[in-house]
Design a protein around this ligand. Structure first.
Ligand code: PDD
Length: 282
């Protein structure tokens, strides 16, 4: 495959980054994953806005604007085979000659991006939905989960915790017992036709799928949406639970621990939401 590294496109085997890079030594960087189907990106501008935002919070400046990112990502789609490709972007603070926690002066950010194949576009069809079983756990990550940091060990350990229990994701609860998110997804619950999702804070990633879904539903439906605290009790009482992420779009959850969600089947509100999402996401 062809990848982008620090201004150049090259075969993946030729892309080299120093072990002294702070991305490797400290996880000192920001990443982004942007999906595309048949050459069209979903949520490109908000994905780049979140990237720029995270970089600004870390005082990393790769000196690339929206148009620059657009050119890089379009080129990766052109240079790599496949109809359904996501672009992974990682920007680290850069490479220093010594290991030192303090931000070094005068180093250049390392910018890497590559395209990888993803599953075909999710469709609004109950019989074709990819469904998930999840477990629950206490959220033991750091208190800056709104930053899409490459320091993903907390998320990796939680994901593995779910996987080791035979589940495909984990619903995390903070020390007050409120739902935050999953290891790599945002979470929605539906009760009596009302959709709820945790409000944005330092405890969860501001997901772009979450943003697009909320925007689309508010514009194109009359479904009531609440951004509010969600307890474990709310989760177990829910008629429907959904996981959202760039690759999954809206994915129904059918089991939480040993508990069956709602009727145990993909829900009607999911169908309505995925239909609207599919129609209006671009
Ligand atoms: N995961 N929360 C976390 C912790 C995530 O890692 C992700 C995305 C999301 C959903 O965000 P979005 O809708 O912008 O994809 C929520 C990415 C895809 C990943 O790490 O591969």
């Amino acid at each position: 495959s062809i990848v982008y590294l620090n201004g150049d496109f090259m075969p993946a085997e030729q892309a080299k980054i120093s072990p002294m890079d702070r991305g490797f030594l400290f996880g000192d960087g920001i990443y982004e994953v942007i999906p595309s189907y048949n050459g069209r990106f979903v949520g490109f501008a908000p994905h780049i806005a979140r990237l720029q935002d995270g970089l600004a919070q870390l005082s990393i400046d790769p000196a690339l604007n929206l148009a620059d990112w657009q050119a890089i990502c379009k080129q990766l789609l052109a240079d790599n085979a496949g109809d359904n490709l996501a672009v992974y972007i990682q920007v680290s603070r850069g490479t220093d000659s010594k290991r030192n926690h303090a931000f070094p002066a005068n180093i250049k950010a390392t910018v890497f991006a590559y395209a990888f194949a993803i599953a075909p576009e999710p469709v609004a069809d109950k019989s074709k939905a990819t469904t998930y079983n999840v477990v629950t756990g206490q959220d033991l990550r750091w208190q800056r989960c709104h930053i899409k940091s490459t320091s993903l060990l907390g998320n990796v350990l939680h994901y593995q915790q779910g996987y080791a229990s035979g589940a495909q994701e984990i619903l995390l609860f903070d020390s007050n017992g409120n739902l935050t998110e999953g290891a790599a997804v945002n979470v929605f619950v539906v009760k009596n036709g009302v959709i709820a999702t945790p409000p944005l804070s330092n405890k969860l990633l501001p997901g772009i799928t979450r943003l697009l879904l909320l925007t689309i539903l508010r514009k194109h439906s009359s479904i009531t949406i609440e951004e509010r605290d969600i307890s474990e009790q709310d989760v177990f009482a829910a008629d429907e639970i959904w996981l959202t992420s760039s690759s999954k779009e809206i994915a129904p959850v059918l089991k939480v621990n040993e508990h069956t969600v709602g009727t145990g089947e993909v829900g009607d509100v999911w169908l309505a939401a995925q239909k609207l999402f599919s129609r209006h996401k671009y």
